[in-house]
Design a protein around this ligand. Structure first.
Ligand code: ATP
Length: 687
């Protein structure tokens, strides 16, 4: 049987699932040669079916669009059954979470984000692409707090030019322009500008301008163009929103004018610059030389390969090493590149015998790492056998020889010490474990629209002129808040009620009709040994004060020494991570998707979360410090899948000045539904 993961696992250490969408899953992984974290979007060709051309457009967009605010493609691998897109990893989470955490953003912060989003969208348009699915869930934040646009699965790249009329109705209804929901032909950039208006509104207010559970009512609201204007909005932001959310696309502000709108340039003194410094495909000669020396290649030969931008293993290495160099030049710390000179790092060889490190001294460990944390032996041999074409990915990978297979397992099979990432990477157990009795319908608090509904401000309606001469003032009546009961349940007939369901595509029903049943992580990721182990942290044990179970040290088998090698790489990268890895929650930077619970006992928080979720009748499972929540609809399909991880924030230890936090992470399902359920759980944990 063909192992679709073979090529990926030769160069990447695949970790946990960090996202899931209509087309497949997104996994976090480490690029072995540079130890850089990447995101791998995995799509199943069989599941794609008629949507395959859309993925081709997505790949074309990712290959073409090189911009600081667009998630970068490093490598693309197509096998018989799967398509893998290796992408820049954005560790700051979704913009959606950021808004949820902050409730709403102040105008300065919203402006900074919105400028970056506009730069990316304007750049896309200049390259002939319209995004067509702009929403906070498709905008990620990187570790430098910068915006990165993702998910080009619905983008359009019309042959006749970006200004040509499109007919395909797609995107997420709440963000869709009136001309789309009316079923008329539309111009891609005009529709994107409308979505930017919805997005800006969401940034500034924390809720959507057009929202309804009932789809026809939602469309009606969109077509009316009437929305609330909360009192906290400045008059300039109101004018800008009015020019963006202009029902007549011809009166809507154009992208070009938007870039120099006075709300956007406030305090920046310059229009948004949509050009990209990455667009220049000139190769960095110094970097090229370093990599060529490191890999033992002819420089000219390597250049010839690189200029073709094939987005293969070589492109990935070039881009990732370049990224590491850049970070080093910016004085950023924390990765292996700080301790190992780049050339040595690339030149190093994996030892034939990977002896465990006997000394605990840091320097000795570093030396070992220098030799080990490099291009895997297999890959290195391939690369050194010169022809650069070895970097090319076969469309259908050859079945690995027994020897290669063994090498692969030696390098990548599980290590004996697992951290929380390992715990997360283990697939969930079968459904029975979730006690799949139909969850009791439960009521939840809803705060959606409360603010908006308290507002009775007149709504300003203007044309695209920045200083509208005639302003039409309309008042709108409020609809009473809906009964919050059954908010989370999604009986078949009601599943469409949520207008903001995950990227709804109206192009073809296939994307929505996907079987939402979670497929477990590919078994091939894990060695058989690892798969059979249990790393569960039993709640009773926690209650009794016991530590979560640690994996058995037995059964490391013949792969032990090499596993240890890999493990030591990771040890050096995050020296503290292995200490008491399960007895204390992970230390996490206070980012947007982490709620702080000052001075609370983590074990108690974990227990309370589990109890609260269980009381709500929602299946959940505790693993280490993570409560994985999976809510299903009446058909048994996963409707919502997310994690709540108890973590610690700042400070040296939980007993001292550190405070406890809960990291929220949506894996699958409607973002708004997730927001409500997570908020509901946390509000009960906090009391
Ligand atoms: N580069 C990345 N870094 C970190 N997380 C990512 C990255 N790309 C995607 N994700 C996570 O995975 C989720 C799904 O990704 P994406 O939207 O690209 O998949 P999709 O199958 O096209 O989804 P959809 O059905 O929403 O269109 C994202 O919402 C995000 O949380």
């Amino acid at each position: 049987m063909v192992d679709d993961w073979f090529e990926i696992k030769k160069r990447y250490l695949v970790k946990e699932t960090i996202g899931s969408g209509g087309f497949g899953k997104v996994k976090r992984a480490l690029h072995i040669a540079t130890t850089e974290t990447v995101a791998i979007k995995v799509m199943d060709k069989a599941k794609l079916g008629a949507d395959l051309p859309r993925v081709k457009t997505e790949i074309k967009a990712l290959r073409t669009l090189q911009h600081p605010h667009i998630c970068r493609l490093y490598e693309e691998i197509e096998t018989e059954n799967k398509i893998f897109l290796v992408l820049e990893h954005c560790s700051g989470g979704e913009l959606f979470d950021y808004i949820v955490e902050k409730d709403r953003l102040n105008e300065d912060e919203a402006r900074q984000f919105f400028r970056e989003i506009c730069a990316a969208v304007a750049y896309m348009h200049s390259k002939g692409f319209a995004h067509r699915d702009l929403k906070p869930e498709n905008i990620l934040i990187d570790e430098d707090h910068r915006i990165k646009l993702i998910d080009f699965g619905l983008c359009a790249n019309p042959d006749a030019g970006i200004e040509s009329a499109l007919a395909t109705c797609c995107g997420s209804p709440a963000y869709a322009a009136p001309e789309l929901v009316s079923g008329r032909k539309y111009i891609g950039p005009e529709a994107d500008v409308w979505s930017l208006g919805v997005l800006l509104y969401a940034l500034l207010n924390g809720f959507l301008p057009f929202d309804d559970d009932n789809m026809p009512t939602l469309y009606k609201k969109i077509k009316s163009g009437k929305y609330d204007e909360p009192e906290w909005l400045s008059s300039e932001s109101k004018f800008l929103l009015a020019t963006l959310l202009q029902v007549d696309p011809k009166k809507r502000i154009t992208m070009r004018r938007l870039l120099s709108h006075r709300w956007l340039i406030k305090d920046h003194l310059a229009p948004v610059d949509p050009t990209s410094k990455y667009d220049d495909k000139t190769l960095d000669e110094e970097l090229l030389t370093n990599i060529a020396i490191g890999l033992g290649w002819q420089r000219a030969e390597m250049r010839q390969e690189l200029v073709q931008w094939k987005f293969d293993a070589l492109t990935a290495t070039y881009l990732l090493v370049g990224y590491l160099q850049l970070r080093r030049s910016q004085g950023k710390t924390g990765k292996i590149i700080d301790t190992v000179p780049l050339k040595d790092f690339l030149k190093g060889e994996i030892e034939k015998e990977n002896q465990p490190v006997s000394s605990s001294t840091h320097i000795q460990r570093q030396k070992k790492i220098t030799r080990r944390a490099v291009v895997p032996k297999d890959l290195r041999q391939q690369l050194q056998s010169s022809p650069c074409k070895n970097y090319r990915q076969p469309l259908t990978p050859q079945k690995p020889s027994r020897k290669a297979d063994k090498n692969y397992h030696e390098v990548y099979s599980s290590s004996d010490s697992l951290d929380i990432d390992d715990i997360l990477a283990t697939p969930l157990k079968s459904e029975e474990e979730f006690n799949f009795q139909s969850p009791e319908p439960f009521r939840i608090r809803t705060n959606r629209g409360n603010r908006a509904q308290s507002e009775k401000q007149p709504r300003l309606h203007s044309d695209f002129d920045e200083t509208p001469k005639s302003v039409q003032i309309t008042r709108r009546t409020k609809t009473a808040p809906k009964d919050p009961a059954d908010r989370y349940s999604s009986p078949a007939g009601k599943s469409k009620r949520r207008s903001k369901t995950p990227p709804i595509s109206w192009m073809s029903p296939i994307k929505n009709q996907k079987d939402y049943c979670e497929e477990s992580a590919p078994n091939t990721m894990l060695s058989p040994d690892r798969r059979t182990r249990s790393y569960d942290c039993n709640l009773d044990q926690i209650r009794m004060g016991a530590e979560p179970l640690t994996p058995s040290k037995k059964g490391r088998g013949i792969f032990g020494s090499l596993e240890k090698g890999i493990d030591q790489v990771r040890l050096l990268l995050t020296p503290n991570k292995k200490k008491n890895k399960d007895s204390e929650p992970r230390k996490i930077k206070a980012v947007s998707n982490v709620s702080r619970l000052t001075k609370q006992e983590p074990k108690l928080v974990l227990k309370t979360i589990h109890e609260v979720v269980s009381k709500m009748g929602v299946p959940n499972r505790v693993k280490g410090w993570v409560v994985r929540v999976q809510n299903r609809d009446n058909m048994g399909r996963i409707q919502l899948d997310f994690e709540l991880e108890v973590c610690r924030l700042g400070g040296r230890a939980l007993t001292s000045d550190a405070s406890c936090g809960v990291r929220r992470h949506r894996i699958k399902g409607d973002a708004m539904l997730y927001k409500r359920m997570a908020e509901d759980i946390l509000s009960k944990v906090l009391v």
